[in-house]
Design a protein around this ligand. Structure first.
Ligand SMILES: *Cc1c(COP(=O)(O)O)cnc(C)c1O
Length: 412
């Protein structure tokens, strides 16, 4: 008997749960695109995007998904024959490199594996090699959504500085913007990539780039520019339509306005980051208990490199699609598929699944998802350690005691 009537929960790593407030903000007739509310709210949206990414410089909004934002970064900065260094820690870094290669760029990919993180020591050594001068840009993903690794961006910046290299430093934050601490200017990042459908809780359809003055100098030195992707008129054009090279993403902008209000002006960015860490702590505690017995294990063994937005799990020797299907059909919980794993140990990826925990999420949602997963393991007789739900509840309680203590500290 399926018990799945009620509100479904998508615990996939994007698109994430869309708040009713965001949906309601989008539910309206087409606005005037020449003057009025839509045009008036643009400056505030760009100012809030700067706050979100921790930059004083240039946010650009495209009508695209994340791949479009990747394309924008490549199109603005790279020319045929340029050399770039891509630090790959999963499927998404490799995807960005492939987009650059399609432009004739020579991408040197250093693969840290499907369970590794981008190693700052390796980077520093590489940048000290005699041929390193030709490297124009270094690309890395903060959270790689396939492996759920969370790379240490400040440590990678420090490695670049230690080697005295002046390549552009470009970071894909699509899965982590609005989930994990990120300070573009303070961390010395030149280009940041984002998208609307993950931590920002807006439907897919907005690709975001942020670039600083160093990136702008490199961009202006490039000989030819795509009329569509070109940053210049989008940042400096002055007219509203130039920001989008045509019609604005009208309804998505109203949705984004609402989500930025929720994140920055109501909950507060620091609290949003803290909440994600707390909810990830509950997932981590449950998985640790399950993994004590049976086939489940974390893909990322070192807790310091686990993402606050998504967790990739193995069920060694078990077809995880059976568990995912049970959760979806019997209980209304959708889990993420394994992505990018293709060896025998993972049954060509079939023993891998992911829990998304990004965006509009609270303890009943995450505890509900974990309890449903626990029920699925039991129903399908997949061996697992006991006490996962107790451990998850303890993690939530501990996080809330910590928050309460901080609040008393502030006011008292
Ligand atoms: C989702 C994601 C992408 C791709 O975004 P699309 O909107 O599917 O094009 C790229 N990078 C990361 C880290 C992602 O999580």
């Amino acid at each position: 008997m399926s018990l799945s009537n009620g509100r479904d929960l998508r615990s996939i790593p994007g698109p994430s749960v869309i708040p009713d407030r965001v949906l309601n903000a989008m539910h309206r007739a087409s606005p005037n695109i020449y003057e009025g509310e839509l045009v008036d709210m643009a400056d505030g949206i760009y100012a809030d995007l700067r706050r979100l990414a921790g930059t004083a410089f240039h946010p650009v909004i495209y009508l695209s998904n994340g791949h479009g934002a990747w394309e924008a970064s490549v199109s603005n900065l790279m020319e045929e024959g340029d050399h770039i260094l891509v630090l790959t820690t999963g499927r998404f870094g490799a995807g960005w490199a492939e987009m650059a290669e399609a432009h004739g760029v020579i991408a040197e990919c250093k693969d840290f594996g499907m369970d590794g993180h981008a190693d700052p020591h390796w980077l520093e050594d590489r940048l000290r090699q005699p041929d390193a001068g030709r490297i124009k840009a270094i690309l890395v993903v903060q959270t790689d959504t396939s492996t759920s690794v969370h790379n240490n961006i400040p440590a990678l910046r420090a490695a670049i500085d230690a080697a005295g290299h002046d390549a552009l430093f470009m970071v894909d934050c699509i899965a982590s913007l609005g989930c994990a601490r990120y300070e573009m200017d303070a961390w010395g990042v030149d280009v940041t990539i984002g998208a609307s459908q993950k931590g920002l809780m807006v439907p897919p359809g907005l690709g975001l780039t942020f670039h600083n003055e160093k990136a702008e100098r490199v961009q202006r030195a490039k000989k030819r520019h795509s009329a569509y992707w070109n940053w210049e008129p989008r940042v400096h054009g002055g007219m509203f339509y130039q920001k989008f090279a045509g019609t604005a993403p009208t309804h998505h902008l109203f949705g984004l306005r609402e989500s930025l209000t929720m994140i920055l002006h109501e909950e507060g960015l620091e609290h949003v980051w803290h909440r994600h860490r707390a909810l990830q702590g509950a997932v981590g505690a449950a998985v640790t208990a399950w993994a004590a017995d049976g086939p489940m294990r974390f893909n990322i063994a070192d807790p310091a490199y686990r993402s606050p937005a998504v967790t990739t799990l193995h069920l060694d020797g078990v077809d995880a699609s059976v568990l995912r299907r049970w959760c979806e059909e019997q209980s209304g919980l959708t889990l993420g598929v394994g992505l990018g794993f293709s060896n025998d140990r993972t049954m060509q990826g079939r023993s891998v699944f992911r829990i998304g925990h990004m965006g509009h999420l609270n303890p009943p949602m995450i505890l509900g998802a974990l309890a449903t997963l626990d029920a699925g393991l039991k129903a399908l007789a997949i061996p697992h350690g006991r006490g996962a739900l107790d451990a998850a509840a303890d993690a939530i309680a501990a996080a809330q005691i910590e928050t309460a203590a901080a609040e008393v500290g502030r006011t008292g």
